[in-house]
Design a protein. Structure first.
Length: 128
């Protein structure tokens, strides 16, 4: 019973600390998370420079949050498989491949969304 209690947050402060630890882990150890975060900063900077309307900017912010979240879910899937088995296993590989595919599909969709929001404003800025 005592061992089981270590897995539960005692209060809201502990819950936030654990969540921040998870974000820190993703940022400091996951190369792709860092890449997505860098792209997110570039998108935000470009949005400010292009003076994207607030409604469209909020869409981009939501897209960034979705992309980073799915990257973290991918990490969770990978680490869960690694916890269950250290040996090569076809089913474990399939889980990792599907999680990576989920991230790829998300990234492609969000990239298209980002281009649809940013390209018209960029085109206008460069030609007008």
């Amino acid at each position: 019973m005592i061992e089981e209690q270590k897995w539960h947050n005692k209060n809201v402060e502990d819950a936030f600390k654990n969540a921040i630890n998870g974000c820190h882990y993703a940022f400091t150890t996951q190369r792709n998370f860092k890449i997505h975060f860098l792209i997110a900063l570039l998108v935000v900077g470009l949005s400010v420079w292009l003076q994207i309307p607030l409604e469209r900017f909020l869409i981009l912010i939501l897209a960034i949050i979705v992309g980073l979240t799915v990257e973290m879910v991918n990490t969770v899937a990978e680490k869960t498989v690694d916890l269950i088995t250290e040996k090569y296993n076809e089913k474990a590989k399939l889980i990792k491949d599907v999680a990576a595919g989920m991230m790829l599909l998300t990234a492609l969709g969000l990239a298209i969304l980002g281009l649809l929001v940013l390209l018209p404003a960029l085109w206008q800025k460069l030609n007008g």
